[in-house]
Design a protein around this ligand. Structure first.
Ligand SMILES: [Zn+2]
Length: 318
């Protein structure tokens, strides 16, 4: 059930001296829109991200064949990393991390939006290193156990929690099929990140939950015309388009308009059969934020999460 959400205050940390070195792709200026809203749930307000000098997101892969992103945080002491979803096999995840000069030893924890196989690959039941905790919504624990994930590494949430990096994370549970899906608001201290995929429909609660984040990663799954014209069975079209499946390009645009992210939008989970990057991009033509379109077969660059993009933060990449 959804309950009311407070308005959040961002923490204010000084920008650090070193500068961000990330590249950018698929950057398109576009126009902001407005509206939408309904009730949502979140935990109590807490301060977040103590000592965080920079934070950045990189989508390793996104789509129906597997979703995995990495959130990197640099503090004065060290870099810390968490995965958001683990929908790639452990082997592929290790390879992609290796290309970034990282290993699974660098990963503190995995946050799961939900347990569908494109967000939690079956291989992690046996391939999960013992030092990695899996954070998942309390409603998803039973399914995780049945999937074979080690019980002693599952850390359920139903309220705000703090990552090992010090980042305050506020979840909200939304409808997606029967068990629901968690969306996240990360208060990193360097900036706020919203992450929402497989949300089914845009609710007022989701909008309030993510309102005004600096960087927003959100699904833009399908083009309705392509979906209707596809050879998919009617029940599947209904599941996807019926409000408990995925957001269309237009629904994504409306969500972004209402959430009004300050700096950057990352489009997630584009359907390979029923969407095209250009169609997803068109929904954001002339918007004032930067736009990155994630892919199934290639990671995005590091996308930094910062209140002021003109003040480049220290690099996460090295
Ligand atoms: Zn999915």
């Amino acid at each position: 059930m959804e309950t009311s959400v407070p308005v959040f205050m961002r923490t204010h940390l000084d920008a650090a001296a070193r500068w961000w070195g990330g590249e950018r792709v698929d950057i398109v200026p576009c126009m902001m829109l407005f509206d939408h809203g309904r009730e949502a749930s979140v935990g109590p307000r807490t301060e977040s991200g103590p000592g965080v000098a920079s934070a950045a997101l990189r989508v390793l892969a996104s789509g129906s064949r597997g979703n995995c992103s990495i959130l990197g945080v640099r503090t004065a002491a060290r870099r810390r990393f968490a995965l958001i979803d683990a929908g790639l096999s452990p082997l592929r995840t290790r390879r992609l991390l290796g290309a970034m000069k990282l290993t699974l030893d660098d990963i503190d924890e995995i946050l799961l939006t939900h347990l569908d196989s494109d967000h939690c690959s079956a291989g992690w039941a046996r391939g999960l290193p013992s030092h990695i905790t899996v954070r998942l919504h309390a409603d998803h624990v039973g399914r995780a156990r049945r999937a074979g994930l080690p019980s002693d590494q599952l850390v359920p949430f139903d309220d705000a929690f703090t990552l090992q990096s010090g980042v305050t994370t506020r979840p909200i549970l939304l409808s997606h099929d029967s068990a629901g899906v968690a969306a996240f608001r990360f208060e990193t201290g360097a900036g706020a990140l919203g992450f929402a995929t497989d949300v089914g429909r845009v609710t007022p609660g989701l909008v309030r939950h993510l309102k005004g984040v600096d960087t927003l990663a959100i699904e833009s799954n399908y083009c309705p015309q392509m979906q209707i014209a596809s050879r998919r069975p009617a029940f599947l079209k209904q599941r996807i388009m019926g409000g408990a499946g995925h957001l269309s390009n237009a629904e994504c645009r409306e969500a972004v308009k209402a959430i009004a992210p300050a700096q950057h939008v990352v489009l997630l989970h584009l359907s390979q059969d029923c969407n095209q990057p250009d169609r997803a991009r068109q929904a954001h033509t002339s918007a004032p934020y930067k736009l990155t379109i994630s892919r199934q077969d290639k990671p995005t660059p590091w996308i930094h999460v910062a209140k002021d993009a003109a003040t480049a933060p220290p690099s996460i990449a090295s």
